[in-house]
Design a protein around this ligand. Structure first.
Ligand code: S3P
Length: 462
């Protein structure tokens, strides 16, 4: 499906975004491995999270019906059609579920051998985190996924888990992956690539392994796993980027998934590109996820965050975006890249509307995301009449704006949403091929933007 975006206009109002995908994966895994009943509110209906839920359903006996029903029950129509899932309340769009997802866990030892392969769909987080979970089980699991996921590097997770005694075979470094569960022992892991997924896989294995497991990260990455484990009472110590965990069995818990700041980033950029003022409520404000706001601030986008509560160790609150007058270029250093790794596509779309060149340095990790985002961003910007290039592993984006035209998202949710948002400030109309991939992380993306006043609509014909 294509989206047609007309430039101009002002956005206004207060809105919310679907629950955080990263957090939802982790809390679902923790609910499935808890002893007792967990109750999760606002679990996002995004495709990636459903992949985690359906894999977990295969690994459970008692909890299976609830997870399976949730993962397969498509209670909302595809984007651009009448939707029964999004609830509109006087100018506000609340996206998500009002019902709690109740999961009855029998503890980590209560997981059962899956009858078939664990299909992780498009979701790298599902596959990598589950590797750490099933590595300590008493059974064999096979993890696979779609074509994009089967092309992504998996040895980065297998290598540290093997140092703990795990039996993992990848297919030439990729999925399908065969994991034969074993009794693992703690180890000292210090990978060269900064990855929250690798860290989380090791920590999730560590809480079901003998002895102490330590993970040192080369750069700070999102810390949702650590926060949740600590909130659940796990023995976890973090000193200067080195995290230690020991065996721990947690109990069931209740929590409400905060809105996804990475989804909010698209709305904030949309406001900045149209000089608008908006508020996004109920967003996760974990500092390891909000660094993009600091990068945006360096570009001249003024925002204010206010934390209003905490959920399982995660700060949650509102983001207010003040009107932006003119965007400046930016230089994103290699050291800060892991903190904005998912926001580079949208930051690049702000950069293209700045007055001069912007740089995203040593951004090679972007090549192994849902698509090759380094090349895809440069090519997409050029397709829309702008100037950008991948120089080695650096992305350089020339300012000066976009003419308009047609951008191909290569089935990558964040690329689709980034091009759509960029269209709001282009000189002419922008069409984005493959907008339906937004469902992977931001169900209701077009509807939310439209409810704020943006001119964006689906185009059915080829
Ligand atoms: C994620 C970590 C990041 C991020 C991905 C989600 C997570 O991946 O890009 O969208 O939930 O842990 P890497 O760990 O590969 O950097």
């Amino acid at each position: 499906m294509r989206a047609l975006i007309m430039p101009g206009g002002r956005l206004r109002g207060t809105t919310s975004v679907p629950g955080d995908k990263s957090i939802a994966h982790r809390w679902l895994i923790l609910a499935a491995t808890a002893e007792g009943r967990s109750s999760l509110l606002e679990v996002p209906n995004s495709l990636d999270v459903r992949s985690t839920a359906s894999c977990l359903a295969f690994l459970m006996s008692k909890g299976r019906p609830a997870l399976h029903a949730w993962a397969t029950n498509d209670r909302r129509a595809p984007e651009g059609h009448r939707s029964t899932w999004n609830v509109r309340v006087e100018g506000e769009t609340a996206v998500g579920s009002a019902e709690a997802l109740e999961v009855e866990g029998k503890g980590r030892r209560g997981l059962i051998e899956p009858e078939g392969e664990l299909d992780c769909g498009n979701s790298g987080t599902t596959m990598r985190l589950l590797m750490g979970v099933v590595a300590t089980s008493g059974f064999r699991s096979v993890l696979t996924g779609d074509t994009s996921l089967r092309n992504r590097p998996m040895e980065r997770v297998a290598v540290p888990l093997r140092t703990m005694g795990a039996a993992i075979e990848t297919s030439d470094g990729h999925a399908p992956i065969v994991v034969v569960g074993a009794r693992l022992h703690g180890a000292e892991c210090a990978p060269v690539t900064a990855s929250a997924q690798v860290k989380s896989a090791v920590l999730l294995a560590g809480v079901d392994a003998d002895g102490t497991t330590a993970f040192s990260e080369p750069a700070t990455t999102r810390d949702h796993t650590e926060r949740a484990l600590r909130a659940l009472g796990a023995p976890i110590e973090i000193v200067a980027g080195r995290t230690e965990v020991r065996r721990f069995q947690h109990e069931g818990f209740s929590a409400l998934v905060p809105g996804d700041p990475s989804s909010a980033a698209f709305l904030i950029a949309a406001a900045a590109l149209t000089g608008s003022e908006i508020t996004i409520t109920g967003v996760g404000l974990n500092p390891t996820r909000t660094h993009f706001l600091e990068v945006m601030a360096r570009m001249g986008v003024r925002t204010e965050q206010s934390v209003v509560r905490e959920e399982l160790g995660e700060p949650v609150g509102d983001i207010h975006v003040f009107p932006t007058e003119g965007l400046g270029s930016v230089r994103v250093a290699a050291a800060e890249l892991p903190l904005v790794i998912d926001e580079v596509p949208v930051l690049a779309m702000l950069a293209v509307h700045a007055a001069s060149d912007s740089w995203f340095l040593e951004a090679g990790e972007l090549r192994v995301k849902e698509s090759d985002r380094l090349e895809g961003l440069a090519a997409g910007i050029r397709d829309l009449g702008g100037h950008a290039a991948a120089e080695g592993d650096d992305l350089v984006v020339a300012g000066g704006g976009l003419d308009g035209g047609r951008g191909n998202a290569h089935d990558d949710h964040r690329m689709a949403m980034a091009f759509a948002v960029a269209g709001l400030a282009a000189h002419g109309a922008v069409e984005v091929d493959g907008i339906e991939s937004a469902e992977v992380s931001f169900p209701g993306f077009m509807g939310t933007l439209a409810s704020l006043g943006a001119s964006i609509e689906p185009v059915e014909a080829a």
